[in-house]
Write a protein that binds this ligand. Structure first.
Ligand code: MLC
Ligand code: AMP
Length: 471
C-alpha cells in the first residue's frame, strides 16, 4: 500500500475533492498533474517547493512524493538568507513555482494544473525520505529534518485512529503549507484518509465559520481568535472535531471554545522531528491543559536533568523523550545536532518539559531552553534572529526572547545595542528582509547594555521579566 492511498484510483471523484484558497481540484486532476511533475523531477536529489497555499503547491508536493524525491517546502516569504541556506543545504536542484513565478537562484519548475500524465513509477521504498523540513534550533541556521515515508504513514494512521478520521470527513484549515501541521497533517492526511480538504487560504475565524467542515485544524492563536468571535465560533457547532496543536492552548480559550461550539477541542502535541506523538482521543476525555495519551506505536518517558527516570505521578517534571515509528531519520548534514538530540538507547530528546499522570495523560509544562520561541505556532530560534540583527552595521549586539503574548502565545522581542542612529522599525524591517516575516521582532528595545552573568552569558530570564512587564 502506498503513502497517498486516496490517490490510488477508484476515486468516486468529486470535482472539488480539494479546495485550496477557493480553487477546486479533483483527485484525478491532482494525480494527473502531479505525474507530470514526477516525470520531470525523477532522479533529482531534492525538489524545493515554494509553498504558497495554492493547488500548484499540492501538485508539486505530490509530484515529488510520486517520484520518490525528497520534498523541501520553502516559506514563500523567506528572505534571501534563509532561502539560500535551505536551497544549498538540501541540495535541491529544482524549485516548483506557480504560474508566472520565476527563480533566479535555482532552476524553476513551473507547475501546470492542466497538464496530464499517467503515474508511472512504482511506489518508492518506505524508508526513503518524503520530506526535508527545515526547523529552527536555539542557535544558527535552521536544520533540515529528514522524514521518511514510513514515518509519515505511521503518524497519519495513528492520528486517523485517534480522531476517527475517515473519508466521510471534510477537513478544514488555513495553515501554512511548509510545516508539519498544515502540510503533513493538513494535506497528506486528507490524501491518505480520503477526506475532502478545504484550505481557507488564511486561518481567519470568518473563513473557518463559512467552510462547513467536520474536522478543523488550528494553532492556538487561530482558536483564540475564533473564540473571540462569537458568531464565527457558533458556526463551528456543526463540526465533529476541533483540533488544536503546535503550541499550548490556554485553558480559557479551551473553555470558551467548548462553551460556544459545544465541542471541547482535541489537543495534540508534536514536533517537526517526531510528527504528532501525543493526543486526546475523539472517543476519550478532553482535559483542558492536557495533550492526552501517546498515539498508536509511540512510547514516551520523562527524564531528569541528571538522566534519571522521572515518575509518571502527575507532579514530577522531566524532559519528555519519545520513541516509535513516527520519528524522523536525522538532521541533514548535522551529525552534531543528531548527537545532541538522540539518547544512547535510541530515544529522541524533545527539549520540552512535561508531567505525566498516573492515568498516562501528558501535560506540556514548557521548554527546557528559553532560546526556542513559539509565536503563532511558529518555532523561532532566538539565535537565528540575533544573527540577522548582528548583520546590521549599526548593531553591536542583540538578545532575543519570547515574551508572553495573549494572541501569539509568545512574541519575538529583541534587545539591541546599536552604535549608530537606527530605529527599532528599521531593525525589524532589516530582519524581515533576511528571514521569514514571522521571525521578525514584534518589538525592538534599544539598550545601552545587556544583563550578563559572571561568565558573560546574557541573562535571558532577566530580559524576559522586563519584556513581560508594562511597555
Ligand atoms: C507580522 N506582521 C508584522 C510583524 N509580524 N508587522 C510588523 N511587525 C512584525 N513584527 C504583519 C504580518 O505580515 C501581517 O501583515 C500582519 O502583521 C498580521 O500578522 P500576524 O499577527 O502574525 O497575524 P497573522 O499573519 O494572521 O498570523 C497569525 C497566524 C500565523 C496564526 C495566522 O502565525 C500562522 O499561520 N501560524 C501557523 C504556524 C504553523 O503552522 N505552525 C506549525 C508548525 S508545525 P499582512 O499585511 O499580511 O496582514 C508544529 C508541529 C505541530 O508545530 O505540533 O503541529
Ligand atoms: P515545531 O518544530 O515547529 O514542530 O515545534 C514543536 C514544538 O511545538 C514542540 O517542541 C513544543 O514545544 C510545541 N508544541 C507543539 N504542540 C504543542 C502542544 N499541544 N502544547 C504545547 N506545546 C506544543
Amino acid at each position: 500500500m502506498g503513502l497517498l492511498t486516496a490517490l490510488e484510483g477508484g476515486f468516486g471523484d468529486a470535482a472539488d475533492a480539494l479546495v485550496i484558497d477557493g480553487r477546486a481540484l479533483s483527485r484525478e486532476q491532482l494525480l494527473g498533474a502531479a505525474a507530470v511533475v514526477a516525470r520531470r523531477v525523477a532522479g533529482a536529489p531534492a525538489l524545493a517547493v515554494l509553498a504558497r497555499p495554492t493547488p500548484e503547491t499540492v501538485v508539486a508536493v505530490v509530484g515529488g512524493l510520486l517520484a520518490g524525491v525528497p520534498v523541501v517546502p520553502l516559506a514563500p516569504d523567506s528572505g534571501p538568507k534563509e532561502r539560500g541556506h535551505i536551497l544549498r543545504d538540501s541540495g535541491a536542484s529544482l524549485l516548483a513555482v506557480g504560474p508566472g513565478e520565476r527563480a533566479e537562484d535555482i532552476e524553476a519548475l513551473p507547475v501546470d494544473l492542466a497538464a496530464r500524465a499517467e503515474p508511472g513509477t512504482p511506489e518508492p521504498a518506505a524508508e526513503r525520505p518524503a520530506f526535508v523540513l527545515y526547523t529552527s534550533g536555539t542557535t544558527g541556521a535552521p536544520k533540515g529534518a529528514l522524514l521518511s515515508r514510513a514515518a509519515v504513514a505511521a503518524d497519519l494512521d495513528a492520528l486517523a485512529a485517534a480522531w476517527q478520521w475517515t473519508a466521510e470527513d471534510t477537513l478544514v484549515h488555513g495553515l501554512p503549507l511548509f510545516h508539519v501541521h498544515g502540510l503533513v497533517l493538513g494535506v497528506l492526511g486528507a490524501l491518505r484518509t480520503g477526506s475532502r480538504l478545504v484550505h481557507t487560504g488564511r486561518p481567519t475565524p470568518a473563513a473557518y465559520a463559512g467552510a462547513g467542515g467536520s474536522l478543523y485544524f488550528g494553532v492556538p492563536t487561530v482558536w483564540s481568535r475564533v473564540a473571540a468571535d462569537e458568531a464565527a465560533a457558533r458556526e463551528l457547532a456543526a463540526a465533529r472535531l476541533l483540533v488544536s496543536g503546535s503550541a499550548p492552548l490556554p485553558v480559557p480559550v479551551f473553555e470558551r471554545l467548548a462553551a460556544l461550539t459545544g465541542r471541547a477541542p482535541i489537543e495534540r502535541y508534536g514536533m517537526t522531528e517526531s510528527l504528532i506523538t501525543v493526543s486526546t482521543r475523539a472517543a476519550g476525555e478532553r482535559r483542558p491543559g492536557s495533550v492526552g495519551l501517546p498515539v498508536d506505536g509511540v512510547r514516551t518517558r520523562l527524564v531528569g536533568e541528571d538522566g534519571a527516570p522521572v515518575p509518571a505521578d502527575g507532579e514530577s517534571v522531566g524532559e519528555l523523550q519519545v520513541a516509535g515509528p513516527t520519528l524522523f531519520s536525522g538532521y541533514l548534514n548535522r551529525p552534531d545536532a543528531d548527537a545532541e538530540s538522540w539518547t544512547a538507547d535510541g530515544w529522541f530528546r524533545t527539549g520540552d518539559v512535561a508531567v505525566i499522570g498516573p492515568d498516562g495523560f501528558h501535560r506540556i509544562v514548557g521548554r527546557a531552553s528559553v532560546d526556542l520561541i513559539k509565536s503563532g505556532g511558529y518555532r523561532i530560534g532566538a539565535g537565528e534572529v540575533e544573527a540577522a540583527l548582528r548583520d546590521h552595521p549599526a548593531v553591536a549586539d542583540a538578545a532575543v526572547v519570547g515574551a508572553p503574548d495573549s494572541d501569539l502565545g509568545q512574541a519575538v522581542v529583541a534587545y539591541v545595542i546599536a552604535d549608530g542612529a537606527v530605529t527599532g522599525e528599521q531593525l525589524t524591517a532589516f530582519v524581515a528582509e533576511r528571514l521569514s516575516v514571522h521571525k521578525r521582532p514584534r518589538r525592538v528595545v534599544l539598550v545601552a547594555e545587556l544583563p550578563r552573568n559572571a561568565m558573560g552569558k546574557v541573562l535571558k530570564k532577566q530580559l524576559l521579566e522586563s519584556a513581560s512587564g508594562p511597555v
